[in-house]
Write a protein that binds this ligand. Sequence first.
Ligand SMILES: NC(=O)c1ccc[n+]([C@@H]2O[C@H](COP(=O)([O-])OP(=O)(O)OC[C@H]3O[C@@H](n4cnc5c(N)ncnc54)[C@H](O)[C@@H]3O)[C@@H](O)[C@H]2O)c1
Length: 386
Amino acid sequence: MPKLSVIGAGTMGTGIAQVAATAGWDVIVNDTNTNTLDKSSESLVKVMNRLVEKEKIDQKTADTILGRIDFTEDPSYFENSDLVIEAIIENLEIKQKVFSQVEEIVRPDTIIASNTSSLSLASIGASLKDPTRFVGIHFFNPAPLMPLVEIIPAVQTDTKTVNQAKDWVDGWKKLTVLAKDTPGFIVNRVARPFYGEALRIYEEGIADFVTIDWSLKELGGFRMGPFELMDFIGNDVNYTVTETVFQSFFYDPRYKPSFTQKRMSEAGFLGRKSGKGYYNYGEDSTKPEPNKDEQVGREVLNRILVMLVNEAADALFLNIASREDIDLAMTKGVNYPKGLLKWADELGINWCVEQLDILYNEYHEDRYRCSPLLRRMHKSNEQFYN
Ligand SMILES: NC(=O)c1ccc[n+]([C@@H]2O[C@H](COP(=O)([O-])OP(=O)(O)OC[C@H]3O[C@@H](n4cnc5c(N)ncnc54)[C@H](O)[C@@H]3O)[C@@H](O)[C@H]2O)c1
């Protein structure tokens, strides 16, 4: 079995170590902070105990998995790794420094990867003498539970590196999709309107938080409404991702952040973790009742859905990923009830174009521009899937 080293023993590093060790790999977990290493080790023991209690695995298997993971502050242990995955703080300079140090330790054929969510892989890869062996391997949180992994080659990456990384991660029983090195890759790009359009609908006074959430869940089949999800992710984290994506897209108005969310974040109304966000999470708090007016609900759902479809279509138009990978990414990375391109076929491409044009004609904002791909398909009467 090949050997993995994980740099960063936080949320993601610990989860990735569990995934690889469960698949039979020996894993070294490294962190500059000993406390974090201890916490990581303790949390893995707890997870394994829970799996044994639930009879998902037996005690012997749990012990074997844990026995495959070593924790160390010393990066020289990376020496024999076949793959190194970095999952440290989201800071380009620090990542670059770590990567140039790692390259001095590992073998020339070791694949070096980053789990970054928002930085450009090209810029991280530029810190390596041999960037052909560098690739993005983007897990979702919690890594052991979320089936999707985005594999992102940088412009410098060799095809051999991409294929090897994909094979290994597939072997960890994950579903891999291939994405271009552009902001948000697939999931964090295509999902933007789920938050952004919901916030805009609220700001216009069309519906309140709970009614918007109700329409997406009840009428759209989404597991969580946008405001519940933002409260779950944390308004600070979600706002920062939105702002980063907006800047990285050279301020394309389609990704414009919302003042509502910025103010929530500034006020410390971060969501579940702070006890208050769009909803209250105190002990005696009760959830407000939605306005279950089906007409309002449909208007809300259709507007968010068509904006999501437009984003997915544009990702395909710009070759960010294949049709199948875009649909797989949204169903397996963020649990959408259907792939958006498949959904677009069901809604009708004509209907999607018409809805986007209604929005564009009403607001005259570039945010509502219809993807050229949808317009082309509408003209030639095509569908995404036949
Ligand atoms: N949390 C998520 O939902 C999520 C999802 C996908 C990707 N990511 C990405 O994964 C990476 C890690 O995120 P996280 O949420 O696990 O962070 P985290 O804060 O939980 O963990 C980061 C860890 O890295 C350690 N660290 C910092 N500098 C280091 C160094 N020089 N050497 C070794 N260890 C070092 C810290 O001590 C900390 O334990 C980031 O790039 C993030 O964008 C996060």
